[in-house]
Design a protein around this ligand. Structure first.
Ligand SMILES: N[C@@H](CCC[C@H](N)C(=O)O)C(=O)O
Length: 294
């Protein structure tokens, strides 16, 4: 039997971004891409991202978190999932410590300090964006990644040929449009995500700056498709808007699932993301899920 069978999971969401949290601390268990896809096939555990907690690797951190998209691919960052993990580590009766008001999580992309603002609101320090072409990464050198030319035959809208690229622990391409809801994101998302200029693929953002402190955003997520919200995408959109001199360094980013407050802090260049985490239910992983993945 797969060792993940019968393990407890928490089903949560961050502004409608579907998150499942699996705590494997204290074990040597690892989740494979097949395991992740198998877990996603269980309706009660279905996720956009699976956040798997492992024992801390660095002194002073609370957990090493591996992040899986629904297609089984791994990501370095997930802003909404990070707030959900933080909620679990302070508020869940099985794994939380209600006395905690701050903690530090480690992902493949680095350390993420988190502060609890209230019962369900958390601020994550998402670190400094990486902006050089080889850090995004892009397949060829561009001196200015805030506006570069993308050749993409099947899409004739010129706005979708000039993204601003930002790495927030994961790659993002932000396109500034008048109305994000005027686009068929299900059609253009996969074309842009898989464009050869993005060797690691990319999360795709359609952003409209409504005021210096307000951005409206829709996201096509790498490995997950259209989601109700993407925390790292909101951070990337604010950074891109500042780079294009379209917004202030602090703004509310409105996603289909709700609002996040994002600040690109001047003092140290870190991006702070504040928003909600919501617990839905808990369950255990049905052993039959892993039968075909074995
Ligand atoms: N939903 C996330 C981003 C998850 C990872 C992304 N799909 C990727 O592959 O980079 C968020 O809230 O940041």
């Amino acid at each position: 039997m797969n060792a993940l069978a019968n393990r407890r999971f928490l089903k949560m969401n961050g502004l409608g971004n579907q998150i499942t949290v699996l705590d494997l601390r204290g074990t040597r268990l690892l989740v494979s891409a097949d395991d992740a896809r198998a877990i996603a096939a269980e309706p009660r555990a279905r996720f956009d991202q699976l956040m798997v907690l492992h024992d801390p690797q660095v002194a002073g951190t609370d957990a090493f978190v591996r992040i899986y998209n629904i297609d089984g691919s791994e990501a370095g960052a997930c802003g909404n999932g990070t707030r959900c993990v933080a909620w679990a580590m302070v508020a869940d009766p099985g794994m939380g410590d209600p006395a905690r008001t701050s903690l530090t999580l480690q992902t493949k992309a680095g350390l993420l300090p988190v502060r609890r603002e209230s019962e369900t609101i958390f601020t994550v320090d998402m670190g400094a964006p990486r902006l050089a072409w080889d850090e995004i990464p892009l397949a060829e050198p561009f001196e200015d990644t805030s506006r570069f030319e993308l050749q993409i035959g099947p899409i004739d809208d010129p706005i979708l040929h000039t993204p601003c690229a930002v790495n927030m622990g994961n790659p993002h391409a932000v396109f500034f449009v008048e109305d994000p809801y005027a686009y068929n994101l299900a059609q253009i998302g996969p074309l842009l995500e898989n464009h050869p200029i993005f060797p690691d693929r990319a999360n795709i953002e359609l952003a409209a700056v409504k005021a210096p402190d307000h951005i409206v955003l829709r996201v096509w997520e790498r490995g997950a498709g259209i989601t109700q919200a993407c925390g790292s995408g909101a951070c990337a959109a604010l950074v891109a808007a500042v780079r294009r001199e379209l917004s202030a360094r602090k703004a509310v980013v409105s996603l289909p699932g709700g609002d996040l407050t994002i600040e690109w802090r001047e003092s140290d260049g870190h991006v702070l993301m504040t928003g909600a985490a919501e617990f839905e239910w808990e369950g255990t992983l049905d052993p039959s899920l892993f039968e075909s993945a074995a």
